[in-house]
Design a protein around this ligand. Structure first.
Ligand code: SF4
Ligand code: MG
Length: 328
């Protein structure tokens, strides 16, 4: 049987070779079966690195990632245990053309995972299941022999989704799955993903820089900044009343019809994650920073289904013995 949770716990860890990659540092979340966790943040905040960690493509250098109760086998070996785990997690990336084999017709493309991961499946059965998957993602049977370059971007992403679902994964990692598509097509692909999730029950790590997209798809949302989760909560409360100043700026930057664009837009680019500022990593850009923020890193504190990492957040307790911090 499947355990209910896929906890990902990487408290304060550094990842990859020291000094080269420190993009994800201080990640701590649980993904329940069938649940969608949305990850939002500016580019370079560590969203894609979090996806690679969850998929076991890169190792955490501290903490651990448990999938269905078991820690991830070392990605370097890619042995039977790694492959068995890996086949239960699939991914959908931004660029469907890059994810597909240009020389394979789409039916063969969708049938390929059976040949790779379940070679005992008879060829006729694999093709039958691929045809059923084409139907499930809304691709007409007469398109079976077409090649990826003969399809539209939206159709190609449907092929990628069908292929990802062929082996009935428990976890689908979607990294900017609709960012390359026209807005009209985006809604169709999002509705398809939502529909397939309801029917098959996969859990999903859904990564996007687009808050509207995440709001539509996620059961819970985590906001990342410089490789850390700075706020987490249900989309309806997080987007209506964000607690962290960075989350507030992100939400305020989303244009709302009839509302004047907020003045609290984020200024400047985020610093290099490898060289993150001391204290609260957001303090150089934070409009409400206090002296303490430059020296003391706020922990991610959980309370009643929400979590926030900010010295000024309501959930944050006062320090036991306040130490005056001098500005840098
Ligand atoms: Fe701003 Fe300080 Fe909160 Fe960081 S801890 S978000 S700098 S107020
Ligand atoms: Mg990315």
């Amino acid at each position: 049987g499947l355990a209910r949770h896929y906890p990902v716990r990487l408290p304060g860890g550094l990842f990859g070779r020291p000094g080269l990659l420190k993009a994800v540092d201080g990640i701590d979340f649980d993904l329940a079966r069938g649940e969608t966790l949305g990850l939002v943040g500016e580019s370079g905040c560590g969203k894609s690195t979090t996806a690679k960690l969850a998929l076991g493509l890169i190792p955490p250098s501290a903490g651990e990632i448990r999938f269905d109760g078991a820690p991830a086998p070392a990605p370097a070996r890619q042995d039977a245990a790694w492959r068995a785990r890996r086949r239960r997690m699939q991914m959908v990336y931004q660029d469907p053309l890059g994810a597909l084999d240009r020389r394979l017709g789409i039916l063969d493309q969708i049938a390929e995972p059976f040949a790779i991961h379940a070679p005992a499946t008879p060829r006729g059965e694999a093709r039958e299941r691929a045809a059923a998957l084409m139907d499930a993602v809304g691709l007409r049977p007469d398109m079976a022999a077409r090649f990826p370059h003969e399809l539209s971007g939206g159709q190609r992403q449907r092929v990628v989704i069908a292929r990802a679902l062929a082996l009935e994964p428990d976890l689908l990692v979607c990294d900017e799955p609709v960012s390359a598509l026209d807005v009209s097509i985006q809604a169709q692909v999002l509705n398809l993903l939502d529909d397939l999730r309801a029917r098959t029950g996969f859990a999903s790590l859904f990564i996007s820089h687009d808050l509207k997209v995440v709001r539509q798809m996620a059961d819970r949302v985590a906001v990342m900044y410089l490789g850390r989760i700075v706020e987490e909560g249900p989309p309806e409360t997080l987007f209506r009343a964000p607690l962290h100043p960075y989350a507030q700026a992100l939400v305020a930057a989303v244009p709302v019809p009839g509302r004047r664009r907020a003045r609290t837009a984020l200024r400047g680019d985020p610093p290099n994650p490898v060289d993150a500022p001391p204290g609260c990593p957001f303090h150089p850009r934070c409009p409400v920073a206090i002296a303490r923020c430059a020296t003391e890193r706020p922990p991610l504190l959980r309370d009643a289904g929400r979590a926030v990492a900010c010295h000024l957040a309501p959930a944050s307790p006062a320090p036991a013995s306040p130490t005056p911090a001098s500005p840098p």
